[in-house]
Design a protein around this ligand. Structure first.
Ligand code: ASP
Length: 329
C-alpha cells in the first residue's frame, strides 16, 4: 500500500514538473472577436487551423535553425498577412472611403529596438516595412506616403491597394455601408481580427510583431493600437506582447507595455498580468485579446471576446491551436 501511494505521489510530481517545464518558443494570434462554435463550420475551422499552424511552423523552423526571434515573428506574420482569412495584408478590412490602410509594428526585447508603419496602402507586407524602419532608419514610426516612399527605397514589394481586397470583405463593407453611414460605437466590437506573433529564440531573446487592416469603416486616417509601440506591440527581456481588439482601448491602457510593467514592477505572472490588462480594457468598455510569451517560455493567450484565433508551439515542436472561449488560453 505504501509503495502504491509513493508511486502515485511520484506520478503526480512528474506530471506537475512536466507541466512546469513545458516551454513555448512561439505564440501567434489571428484576431479576437465573435468566434463561436455555432457560427463556424468545419471547413472554416480547417482553414483557420491550417493557417495558424503554418504560421507557428514557420516561426518554429526559424527558431530551431538558430535564427533570432525577430526573424521568427516576421516569418509568422508574413504568412498571416498573405492569408485572406485575417484582417492584415490580403483580407484586410476596408475604410469608409473604400480603401485599405494597413498598420504594423515590431519590437525586439534584447535592445528594445522597434519599428512601425501606419496607414500604408501599397506595401505588400507591412510587417517587413516595420522591420525595415527598425533596422534601417533612425525612427520608430513612419506613416502614410512617407512610409511608402521609405518602403520603396528599401526595395520592398509594392502592390496596388486592390491587392488586399477579398470578395468576402467587399461584401461586408457593402453591408456596413448600407447599415450605417460611418463607424458607430455599437458595431465596433464585432469588427476585430488582427494578426500577431511573439517568439523566444535559442539565445533567450524575445521579439513581438503585430499587423492589421485596423477597423472596418475607419475614417479620417484613423490609427489604432497595432502600430503603436507599447499599445499593440511590446518586447523586453522579460516578455513579448501582441494585442488585438478595439484599438482605442489598447491605446488608452497602453496595453502591451502594461503587461510588461505589471510583470516587472509588481512581480505578476504572465497570465495574471494579461488578465489584469484585459479586465482594465473591459472596465473601460473595450474588448479583445492579448498574446504574451516570457523569457522562460511561459505563454498567455487570453481574451474577453467570445473567441480568439490563437496557437503556440513548444520547444519540442508540439503545436496547439485554439479558437473558442472554452479552450486553453
Ligand atoms: N487593434 C486593431 C485596431 O484597432 C484591430 C484588431 O485588433 O482587430 O486597429
Amino acid at each position: 500500500m505504501r509503495l502504491f501511494l509513493q508511486l502515485i505521489f511520484l506520478m503526480i510530481m512528474v506530471g506537475v514538473a512536466g507541466q512546469e517545464h513545458k516551454k513555448y518558443v512561439a505564440v501567434v494570434h489571428g484576431g479576437a472577436g465573435w468566434i463561436q462554435r455555432e457560427n463556424t463550420n468545419k471547413d472554416q475551422e480547417t482553414a483557420y487551423h491550417q493557417a495558424i499552424t503554418q504560421a507557428l511552423q514557420l516561426a518554429y523552423q526559424a527558431i530551431k535553425s538558430g535564427k533570432p526571434a525577430e526573424e521568427a515573428v516576421v516569418a509568422a506574420v508574413i504568412a498571416l498577412e498573405n492569408s485572406p482569412l485575417f484582417n492584415a495584408g490580403v483580407g484586410a478590412v476596408i475604410t469608409y472611403d473604400g480603401t485599405h490602410q494597413l498598420d504594423a509594428s515590431i519590437m525586439t526585447g534584447k535592445n528594445r529596438a522597434a519599428g512601425a508603419v501606419a496607414g500604408v496602402m501599397t506595401v505588400k507586407n507591412p510587417v517587413l516595412a516595420a522591420q525595415a524602419v527598425m533596422n534601417n532608419s533612425s525612427h520608430v514610426l513612419l506613416s502614410g506616403r512617407g512610409a511608402e516612399q521609405f518602403a520603396t527605397q528599401q526595395g520592398l514589394e509594392m502592390v496596388e491597394n486592390t491587392h488586399f481586397t477579398t470578395p468576402a470583405m467587399k461584401q461586408k463593407w457593402e453591408n456596413s455601408k448600407k447599415e450605417s453611414s460611418s463607424l458607430s460605437k455599437q458595431d465596433l466590437p464585432e469588427k476585430l481580427g488582427t494578426v500577431g506573433a511573439v517568439a523566444l529564440d535559442s539565445d533567450g531573446h524575445i521579439a513581438a510583431a503585430t499587423s492589421t487592416g485596423g477597423m472596418m469603416m475607419k475614417r479620417w486616417d484613423r490609427v489604432g493600437d497595432s502600430p503603436i509601440i507599447g499599445a499593440g506591440t511590446y518586447a523586453s527581456d522579460i516578455v513579448g506582447v501582441s494585442s488585438t481588439g478595439w484599438g482605442e482601448f489598447y491605446l488608452k491602457t497602453v496595453a502591451a507595455y502594461d503587461v510588461h510593467a505589471r510583470m516587472q514592477y509588481a512581480n505578476a505572472g504572465v497570465q495574471e498580468a494579461c488578465a489584469a490588462v484585459l479586465s482594465e480594457i473591459k472596465k473601460l468598455g473595450g474588448n479583445g485579446g492579448i498574446i504574451a510569451l516570457t523569457h522562460d517560455g511561459k505563454v498567455s493567450m487570453d481574451f474577453n471576446t467570445p473567441g480568439m484565433f490563437r496557437g503556440a508551439v513548444a520547444e519540442n515542436g508540439e503545436i496547439e491551436v485554439y479558437f473558442y472561449g472554452d479552450e486553453p488560453r
